[in-house]
Design a protein around this ligand. Sequence first.
Ligand SMILES: [Zn+2]
Length: 62
Amino acid sequence: MKNKETRVCKNKKCQKPLPEDYKHSYCEACRNKRFDKIKDGNKIALSVLGLGIIFKKAKDII
Ligand SMILES: [Zn+2]
């Protein structure tokens, strides 16, 4: 029974075959990479927010 199409990672550069019961469209490595990017984005958002708070506080002090 090998009629089933093997699912592969959606990353066109990767195309790694995925296990049949795998719930995600990207392989583990690509998912980690994507999460790293999201994490970086959050870090930037947080630092922008942090800067805003610092400026607000500085205004209050001055
Ligand atoms: Zn992949």
